[in-house]
Design a protein around this ligand. Structure first.
Ligand SMILES: Nc1ncnc2c1ncn2[C@@H]1O[C@H](COP(=O)(O)OP(=O)(O)O)[C@@H](O)[C@H]1O
Ligand SMILES: [Mg+2]
Length: 155
């Protein structure tokens, strides 16, 4: 399968939030966004902004660093926000209910390398790296499912 890609630059945290909000409008049940990059790269900030934009009422959106998964109800699909940094085994992915969620919810997954073979091939990957200035982030979007092409091109 061909991997398609687009690189973007988010000049500051506010712009990252704007991009997250814009992507959110295109998401529905069964969409998986894989967020990779070092600690402090902006994965949680992106996820938090995306989730906030889909909630009917503002809610606290903690980082799932210790809980591994936080879930949110929206008027549309449920949102699962996962941080798999502390995952101990692939089996835990199933125990958390993530496999089902990949098919039914909007899933935002930090440290997706932990998924190994369980990585959904239809996911959109966003890889964050710190940029030229302290608040700039370079983001490489990659995907195989043609479903993302229009969304990312219009993004
Ligand atoms: N362009 C940017 N995009 C995202 N976060 C940014 C940006 N510029 C600065 N930041 C800051 O960087 C930090 C990123 O932290 P966080 O999102 O928790 O990272 P991660 O989840 O990747 O470890 C936040 O404090 C955020 O305000
Ligand atoms: Mg994080």
């Amino acid at each position: 399968m061909t991997t398609l890609s687009r690189s973007l630059c988010f000049s500051d945290a506010e712009q990252t939030a704007i991009y997250a909000t814009r992507l959110a409008r295109h998401l529905g049940s069964g969409d998986v966004i894989l967020l990779s990059g070092d600690v402090g790269a902006g994965k949680t900030h992106f996820a938090r902004s995306l989730i906030q934009s889909l909630l009917a009422e503002p809610e606290d959106i903690p980082s799932p660093t210790f809980t591994l998964v936080q879930t949110y109800e929206t008027t549309g699909a449920d949102i699962w926000h996962a941080d798999l940094y502390r995952l101990t085994s692939a089996q835990e992915v199933e125990e958390l209910g993530l496999i089902d969620a990949f098919a039914t919810a909007i899933c935002l997954v930090e440290w997706p390398d932990r998924l190994g073979l369980l990585t959904p091939p239809s996911a959109l990957s966003l890889d964050f790296t710190t940029g030229q200035s302290p608040d700039a982030r370079s983001v490489l979007a990659t995907w195989q499912d043609p479903r993302w092409t229009e969304t990312v091109t219009a993004w």
